[in-house]
Design a protein around this ligand. Structure first.
Ligand SMILES: C[S@@+](CC[C@H](N)C(=O)[O-])C[C@H]1O[C@@H](n2cnc3c(N)ncnc32)[C@H](O)[C@@H]1O
Length: 230
């Protein structure tokens, strides 16, 4: 055992501190996302997915449908990293009188067709923007969690969980690659992060791995479904 094991980083505290390493990482990630939103990046970046193309489509659709059938009150849904707003609009169409949609994105790329179907739009960074209220469902489809450096991802997921009502659900997706990377999780790191989350007594966590290939490189999307216990 080393005499002085490395201290675990306190990401929430770092993010509150101006000029900290975590704040700088977040700034770089957001600058990248804004550029990509404006179509000025060479990496593949899709911000107009149809609802059915979301990697957690069936789980999300069924969860919303169950809530529509079962509940009397409004169903509050947050789209984290909403792109042009296709998914939020499709979710709203499932039950326009029952579903209240909120979308957050670092830029304002919603189409004129989708905009009326989004009840509230927030332009800002998911991790640091202070918008009130709790949600029955939060989903993040290749949005914030997917584009954050790995050091910030667990905090981002925990941030979403804190915004769920009891019985609420989070659907998100993160990438991992099969070799070690400074920015992106490798497989062991991604699974360890999920394992750590699973230790929490107030949630259940399910995952699904979707193997992918880009530029002859193997990687995987790890789909994460968290339910906050009642
Ligand atoms: C690749 S697009 C995906 C859009 C949409 N969800 C889809 O699947 O088509 C990424 C989206 O996430 C947003 N985004 C990226 N980083 C973010 C962050 N830190 N906070 C909030 N939104 C972020 C971008 O503004 C953009 O809307």
């Amino acid at each position: 055992m080393p005499k002085n094991p490395p201290q675990k980083r306190n990401i929430p505290a770092e993010l509150r501190k101006k000029g900290s390493a975590a704040r700088q990482m977040l700034t770089r990630a957001v600058r990248y996302a804004r550029k990509a939103d404006a179509g000025k990046h060479w990496l593949p970046y899709k911000n107009d997915r149809a609802f059915s193309q979301a990697p957690f489509y069936e789980g999300l659709r069924d969860s919303i449908q169950r809530r529509i059938t079962r509940g009397k009150g409004k169903i509050r849904v947050l789209d984290k990293g909403a792109g042009i707003g296709n998914i939020a609009a499709a979710v709203k169409r499932m039950a326009p009188e029952k579903i209240v949609t909120t979308a957050i994105s670092v830029s304002n790329s919603y189409t004129a067709e989708n905009r009326p179907l989004i009840d509230k739009t927030i332009r800002g960074i998911g991790l640091t923007s202070k918008h009130g209220g709790k949600y029955h469902i939060i989903y993040d489809c290749h949005g914030e969690d997917y584009h954050l450096p790995k050091e910030l991802v667990k905090h981002s997921i925990e941030n979403s969980i804190a915004r769920l009502v009891r019985g609420g659900e989070l659907f998100t997706v993160i990438p991992y690659i099969f070799r070690r990377s400074i920015q992106v999780f490798d497989k062991a790191e991604a699974l360890a992060m999920v394992q750590e989350l699973s230790q929490r007594p107030d949630i259940t966590v399910e995952t699904k791995t979707i193997p992918k290939r880009h530029d002859k490189r193997e990687y995987a999307d790890l789909v994460i479904h968290v339910t906050r216990k009642r």
